[in-house]
Design a protein around this ligand. Structure first.
Ligand code: SF4
Ligand code: SF4
Length: 383
C-alpha cells in the first residue's frame, strides 16, 4: 500500500463512485433535502450539495450559496453515519402464532454493504467511539458488527470550520488521520475543483488503481495541508485540561439549574449526536394477536421514561438529565470507555431549539471554584 499523495479530478471522483457501485456498495453521502444537508444515496456527483455552504449558530442552521462550484464546501448537518451503522429503528425478531404455539424468526435480512462518501474527521472519531461501545467489550452488537465490517470510507477533510465546530479542542479533526480507505481535500478554484488525496487501506489502494489519478506534487500536498490548518484556526474552543475532574467537582454547581431553566428536555441533542447510542426495546402485536415484533429504537437520557426503574424515574428533573448527558459525554465516558464521548462536531449546539451550547456550559462552570460544588457524599441521587 505504498501510495503517496495523489490528485483526483472530478472525473476521477465520478469513476470512484461508479467503481464502488460496481463492487456492490450502496454509495451514501451528503445531499440537500428540505433545506438541510443530510446523508442519503448518491447516484451521481450532481446529487452532492454543489455550490452550497451551511451557516450554523446555536439553535440555527441555514443553507446558502457559496458562489462557486465546491462539492464539499460545508460542514456537518443533522444526520450522522450512526443512522446507517446503528439504525434508529431495528427489528430484532418476529413471532407468529401457529397451532397454539409461536414460531420465532430472528432478523435475517443481509446487512447492506455501505460506502460512505464525505466522512469528516470528527465523524471518523465518532465511528471509533461507537466501535468501542458496540464492539470493544465482551458483548458485541452483531447488528452493528455486520454493517461496520463491510463499510468503505472516503473521508473529506474540512477546509472551513462551522461556527459551532470544536473538533480541534478534542483532537478529532479537522484532518482525517486514520480510519479511512481514502481521504480527500478539495481545492476549489471558481466553478472547478480537484482533490488532493491520501490512501488509508489496501482496499483504498485497490480502488484507486481503478480510477484516473496522478501523483501529487509537494506544493499541492502542502497547499491541502494549509487549507485544513486554516479550518483548525477558525474554531471555537473547549478547555479539556482536567475536564473530567472539574466536572466531578461540579455536580452540585448552580449552573445546572440555570441551563435546566432553558432546556426543553426534547432530546434533539442526543438524536443528532454521532456518538449517543442509548436505545429502548419495544414489543408490538398485531390487532389479531397473531404476530408480535420486538424492535430496538434510539432513546434519549432526556426522557423521563429512559431512567424509569421499578417505581419511578431515577432522573426526574431536567437539571439531572442535562447533567447526566453532559457529564457522561465529557467525564464518565472516559472512565467507562477510556475516551471522550464528544468529538466536537457541534451538532448538539446547532440543533438545540433554544441554542444551549455545551462549550459555554463547561466554561461557565469553570468561572467559579468548583470544589464548593462537589457532591457531599459519593453515590447519592442527584435529582
Ligand atoms: S456532544 Fe455535541 S459536539 Fe459532542 S459529539 Fe455529540 S453532538 Fe457533537
Ligand atoms: S439541551 Fe437543547 S436539544 Fe438537548 S434536550 Fe435540552 S433543549 Fe433539547
Amino acid at each position: 500500500m505504498s501510495k503517496g499523495p495523489f490528485i483526483l479530478e472530478r472525473e476521477g471522483l465520478l469513476q470512484l463512485l461508479q467503481a464502488l457501485k460496481a463492487l456492490g456498495y450502496l454509495t451514501l453521502g451528503p445531499t440537500v433535502r428540505e433545506g438541510a444537508i443530510v446523508y442519503d444515496e448518491l447516484k451521481q456527483l450532481e446529487d452532492l450539495p454543489i455550490g452550497y455552504t451551511d451557516r450554523q449558530e446555536g439553535g440555527s442552521y441555514r443553507l446558502e450559496r457559496r458562489g462557486d462550484g465546491a462539492l464539499f464546501g460545508y460542514n456537518v448537518g443533522p444526520h450522522s453515519w450512526k443512522r446507517f451503522l446503528h439504525p434508529p429503528i431495528l427489528r430484532l425478531f418476529r413471532a407468529r402464532k401457529t397451532n397454539g404455539s409461536f414460531d420465532f424468526e430472528s432478523e435475517t435480512e443481509p446487512s447492506p454493504k455501505y460506502a460512505f462518501i464525505g466522512v469528516r474527521a470528527c465523524e471518523l472519531q465518532a465511528i471509533r467511539v461507537q466501535d468501542r461501545v458496540f464492539l470493544g467489550g465482551p458483548y458485541q452488537d452483531p447488528h452493528y458488527k455486520a454493517r461496520r465490517e463491510q463499510v468503505f470510507i472516503v473521508a473529506v477533510n474540512c477546509t472551513q470550520a462551522g461556527h459551532t465546530c470544536f473538533c480541534a479542542s478534542v483532537e478529532s479533526g479537522p484532518r482525517a488521520q486514520t480510519g479511512f480507505d481514502l481521504a480527500l481535500t478539495e481545492v476549489v478554484d471558481g466553478e472547478h475543483s480537484y482533490f488532493v488525496g491520501e490512501v488509508g487501506s489496501e482496499a483504498g489502494a485497490r480502488l484507486l488503481d481503478q480510477v484516473a489519478h496522478r501523483t501529487a506534487r509537494e506544493a499541492e500536498w502542502h497547499q491541502a495541508l494549509a487549507l485544513v490548518d486554516r479550518a483548525a484556526r477558525q474554531m471555537r474552543h473547549l478547555d479539556t485540561q482536567g475536564l473530567k475532574e472539574r466536572l466531578y467537582q461540579s455536580l452540585e454547581h448552580p449552573r445546572w439549574q440555570v441551563v435546566a431553566n432553558r432546556c426543553l428536555s426534547c432530546g434533539n441533542c442526543t438524536q443528532v449526536c454521532p456518538t449517543c447510542f442509548c436505545t429502548s426495546v419495544e414489543d408490538h402485536t398485531d390487532l389479531a394477536g397473531q404476530v408480535a415484533e420486538r424492535t430496538r429504537r434510539w432513546d434519549s437520557c432526556f426522557t423521563a421514561d429512559f431512567s424509569y426503574l421499578h417505581g419511578g424515574s431515577v432522573r426526574v428533573s431536567t437539571q439531572a438529565r442535562y447533567r447526566q448527558w453532559l457529564t457522561h459525554k465529557l467525564a464518565t465516558w472516559q472512565d467507562q470507555f477510556g475516551m471522550l464521548g464528544c468529538v466536537g462536531c457541534g451538532r448538539c449546539i446547532t440543533w438545540c431549539p433554544v441554542g444551549i451550547d455545551l462549550t459555554e456550559e463547561v466554561a461557565a462552570m469553570n468561572d467559579v471554584p468548583t470544589a464548593r460544588f462537589a457532591p457531599k457524599e459519593a453515590g447519592g441521587a442527584h435529582v
